[in-house]
Design a protein around this ligand. Structure first.
Ligand code: HEM
Ligand code: HEM
Length: 221
């Protein structure tokens, strides 16, 4: 890297970073509240996660360049090629998610969405049931509760892989991915174009709309 001219570039906007670190805290919270039997709080945390995910879906179409699905979803072949060159050292030239990481992000978002969605139809075999359970009847609610429990194991496995991958980038390639997810800034070779950042007001509006949808599901159905 030393010989290559480089500059600091903003790669992650604040909404995406806030989304990520809130998600980390809330997923831990969902697990803890479920394990501790704090079902009311589990529901609240679940609705917050649902709002975050709905926001992230919209941000994937309307947000900053690096948050857009169309920008970071490369062909599966491209993803394999990226992994094949994993041990190659060199400066970090990724402006957003890399070709393999993009797919992992998509799968992670899909599993989390399934988790929050299935929770809405689940019951705890005692008193509590999600707000949509009444629409499907108890046999289906029990079945979906089983999926809700099982799917969380998939999420845990993927999160484990995700954190291992981040550590591997640091250990093998000496690329620090965590700092950009915290500060937004990354040192990239000069000459690489800076991504376009969407407005914070748009993010706030989309988040309010997402939160309103989660609120309606939680309290009005
Ligand atoms: C419950 C735990 C976690 C979940 C569900 C999760 C989920 C995600 C998701 C969905 C993204 C994509 C961000 C976006 O485009 O919106 C992401 C990216 C990222 N996460 Fe996590 N994450 C978790 C824990 C962590 C932890 C503990 C770390 C720190 C070691 C971490 C570091 C990162 C980094 C550095 C990126 C950006 C990767 C890149 O440069 O392409 N994550 N994570
Ligand atoms: C992404 C968000 C969510 C996560 C990560 C999550 C995670 C979990 C976990 C780990 C369990 C315990 C599984 C076990 O017994 O081992 C659980 C149980 C449960 N969750 Fe969620 N949950 C989420 C969203 C929701 C939502 C939105 C609702 C309802 C509004 C909900 C309702 C329930 C119920 C009723 C149970 C008890 C199911 C049973 O024990 O059979 N969850 N959840």
């Amino acid at each position: 890297m030393s010989g290559t001219p480089s500059r600091w570039v903003k790669v992650w906007d604040a909404p995406t970073r806030l989304f990520h670190w809130s998600l980390v805290l809330l997923v831990a919270g969902a697990y803890a509240t479920a394990e501790l039997g704090l079902i009311d709080w589990h529901f609240r945390v679940g609705y917050a996660i649902l709002a975050l995910l709905l926001f992230r879906l919209a941000w994937g179409f309307l947000g900053s360049d690096t948050a857009r699905f169309a920008r970071f979803l490369a062909s599966p072949l491209e993803a394999l090629r990226h992994l094949a060159h994993f041990t190659r050292r060199g400066p970090d030239t990724e402006i957003g998610h890399n070709a393999a990481g993009g797919w992992m992000v998509l799968v992670m978002l899909a599993l989390l969405l399934f988790q929050a969605g299935s929770g809405l139809f689940s019951n705890d075999e005692v008193m509590a049931e999600g707000p949509l359970a009444k629409f499907v009847g108890s046999a289906w609610s029990d079945r979906i509760s089983g999926w809700h429990v099982f799917n969380f194991n998939l999420i845990l496995a993927l999160v484990g892989l995700h954190v291992l991958a981040v550590l591997a980038y640091a250990a093998v390639k000496r690329h620090d991915l965590v700092r950009p997810m915290v500060t937004g800034m990354k040192r990239l070779p000069a000459g690489l174009p800076a991504p376009r950042m969407a407005s914070a007001a748009l993010a706030a509006g989309l988040f309010l709309a997402a939160a309103a949808i989660a609120w309606v599901i939680a309290t009005r159905l």
